[in-house]
Write a protein that binds this ligand. Structure first.
Ligand code: ADP
Ligand code: MG
Length: 344
């Protein structure tokens, strides 16, 4: 080919870059809800209220009472790769926050009508700022309580293909409700409210006990049939509840795993769970579980997946063994094996 006909390389515009990032991180309304909830948690909110209209296609509003955003940083908050959470690459291996990429708000505001209101404790007035599918307005003073309120209208308004791919209101709200549930189970101390089309779906008082929150979500019967498990090996603590074998499901949908306050999925640990229940459940049945892992941030890489739902453990095999033996020794001490063969 002649030199003239060779495709030339050019740097993409920020707005194109943001749309690509949005494609990775914001798949559907529920992804935006997840990012906003993460931000409220990172802002040390104690109360988070979520309002959804029409499965999130028309409105997603998340209001928190967290520390707010410094007035000079509002523009940065919606800029890509701008974050208050890390500074250097080394920080990636010690992140304590849910977020660190500084991409979510930039992505969301690129593909929606976005409005943020925020006030920090030392300001008497709040600031309001709008971005209409990437076009940023000017921050304006506004009356606003301490914390941050973010509204997302017409998500994917300027990416019609994405918008068309949205499923029914019911399906999209189902995904949102699942994201809300994950956050609520990861942080039982948070006061959390979820409304859909102005109807209250969840109104969760803060709770010091995980079991109280589980009871609210899943009812008394399951809560009464949960088994507490706990172990600590070196710096790794595993704790939480797993179901008595009499309580089970046909899918893994009732299995929740949290790492340092973050909902994650992990095949190896799923395996450990299955292995522990071997002989206690009918083939094809799955236990219900709410398991929490706490370990130093340096023992896990959370920067391997766009939505951080999968992580890489420094020593996955050891973790597998720890979970399996934690569950097995608890089941042995309760003599579950005999119990279950008697009831079969
Ligand atoms: P990240 O969370 O990865 O830093 P985001 O795009 O989600 O990136 O947010 C950008 C920045 O905006 C955050 O680093 C934080 O400083 C600020 N921010 C976003 N949401 C909130 C909130 N609810 N309360 C306080 N600050 C927020
Ligand atoms: Mg974030």
């Amino acid at each position: 080919a002649s030199v003239e006909s060779i495709s030339r390389i050019h740097q993409l515009d920020t707005s194109v870059i943001n749309k690509i990032a949005a494609g990775e991180v914001i798949e559907r309304p529920a992804s935006a809800v997840k990012e906003l909830l993460d931000n409220s948690v990172d802002a040390l909110a104690t109360r988070i209220e979520v309002d959804i209209m029409n499965g999130g296609a028309d409105l997603i509003r998340v209001v928190d009472n967290g520390e707010g955003i410094h007035p000079d940083d509002l523009l940065l908050a919606v800029s890509s790769h701008a974050t208050s959470k890390i500074t250097s690459a080394d920080d990636l291996f010690s992140v304590q926050t849910m977020g660190f990429r500084g991409e979510a708000l930039a992505s969301i505001s690129e593909v929606s009508q976005f409005r943020i209101r925020t006030r920090t404790a030392d300001q008497s007035q709040g600031l309001e700022f709008e971005v209409n599918t990437g076009a940023a307005g000017k921050p304006q003073p506004c009356g606003c309580p301490l914390g941050t309120s973010i509204e997302i209208r017409q998500l994917f308004a300027n990416t019609p293909v994405r918008r068309k791919f949205l499923k029914t209101t019911k399906t999209e709200f189902g995904h949102i409700s699942e994201q809300f549930t994950r956050a609520a189970l990861a942080h039982p101390r948070l006061y959390m409210v979820l409304r859909h089309n102005s109807k209250v779906i969840f109104d969760l008082p803060p709770s010091d006990n995980l079991i109280d929150r589980l009871r609210l979500f899943y009812g008394k019967k399951l809560a009464d049939h949960l088994i507490w498990v706990e172990s600590e090996v070196d710096d790794i603590r595993i704790w939480g509840y797993v179901s008595h074998p009499s309580q089970n499901k046909s899918t893994r949908k009732g299995q929740y795993l949290f790492l340092n306050g973050r909902w994650i999925q992990d095949r190896t640990l799923q395996h450990a769970l299955t292995e522990a229940y071997r002989g206690l459940l009918m083939v094809g049945r799955q236990p219900i579980s709410f398991l929490y892992l706490d370990m130093p941030a340096s023992m896990v890489d959370v920067n391997v997946h766009p939505t951080k739902s999968e992580v890489r453990f420094r020593d996955g095999q050891n973790l597998y063994r720890q979970l399996l033996s934690t569950l097995r020794s608890q089941f042995l001490s309760m003599d579950l094996q005999t119990q279950m063969s008697l009831t079969k």
